[in-house]
Design a protein around this ligand. Sequence first.
Ligand code: SF4
Ligand code: MG
Length: 336
Amino acid sequence: PEAFLSVRDLKVRFSTEDGIVKAVDGLSFDVERGKTLGIVGESGSGKSVTNLTVLGLHNPKSTTVEGEIVLDGQELVTATEREMEKIRGNKAAMIFQDPLTALSPYYTVGRQIAEPYMKHTGASKKEARQRTIEMLAKVGIPQPQTRVDDYPHQFSGGMRQRAMIAMALVCDPDLLIADEPTTALDVTVQAQILDLLKDLQQEFGSAIVFITHDLGVISDMADDLLVMYSGRAVERGTVREVLRNPQHPYTWGLLSSMPRLGGDTEQALTPIPGSPPSLLNPPSGCPFHPRCAFTGEVTGSRCSEERPALGEGRASACHLTAEQKQTIFIDKIQPR
Ligand code: SF4
Ligand code: MG
C-alpha cells in the first residue's frame, strides 16, 4: 500500500550562536493510512523536530530543511506558508504533551475548537458549535453543552488534554501527530486517552505518528516502530519485531532501562551510560559509538570511522553482523 506520509532523507539544521545544530540528519520513514508509527528515542534525538517540520511549524529564519516530505501526494518541504495553513488542523493535526501550548487562555474551549472547523469546512457558527459539542462528548468531557463555554483554566489537566485532542480531530485529519500526548497525565487518564485515540483511528482511518520515550505505551499503540538516535533512525521494524528481537545496541539499552510491562515499576532500572550526543559536533562514524558496549566486537576502528547505514524494511544501523546481533541479544541482553 502507498504511504500516506513519506519522509525521505530529511535533514533539519538550526543555526545558533555556537554553530549549526544537526537536529535531523538523513531520516526516512513511511506511514500508511489507518496505521500508527511509533517513534522512540531520548530527548534530543530529533523526534519532535521531525514532526514539527512535517507540519511546517519550524522557524523558517533559523532552520534549513532538506529532503522530501510527501503527504498524500503533496510535497511539503517546498510548500508555501499559505499551503501549510490549509493542511494544518485540516489534513494533518498535532497533539502536544502540554495542552497549554495549543489552547489559548483568553478564549473559551468551545471557540478554539469551533474556529478551525469553520475555517476549514466553511460551516456556520451554529453548525460549528454543534460539532464542537459532539467532539467534546466524543473525547469524554461530561456535560459538553455547558462545558463548551468554559475557559481552559476551568478544566482539569486531563480535560484540557481531551479538549486539545478534540481540537486536533475536529476536521477529521488524515494524519495525526501525537508528541508525548499522555506523559503529563496520571496512569488512569493516560489509559483512557490512549483508548480514545485508538477508537478515533478506527472511526476515521487516520495515520498516526506517535512520539514517546515510553516503550510500554508504544507496544500498546503502534504498528511500526522507528528508534531514533542523534537525528537518525537506528532501527526500524514492526513493533513486535523490534521489541521482541531488537537488533541495535541502543535499542537494547532503551529496553533494559524500561520498567517491565505490568511489572514492579520500582525495580532498579539500568540507564544507558553516558550522555546523548552533541548535535553541534556529532560523533564520527556510528553516533552511538562513545556509549556502545559492543564496539569491541567489530573489527578495527570501524565504529568510530564509518557511519553504519540503515537498510530498507526491517533493519538496524550497526556494524555488528546479523549473527553477532543475535548472539549478543540472546546471551547478554534478553535474560532480565
Ligand atoms: Fe555499537 Fe559499532 Fe554497532 Fe555503533 S556500529 S551500535 S558503535 S557496535
Ligand atoms: Mg480531513
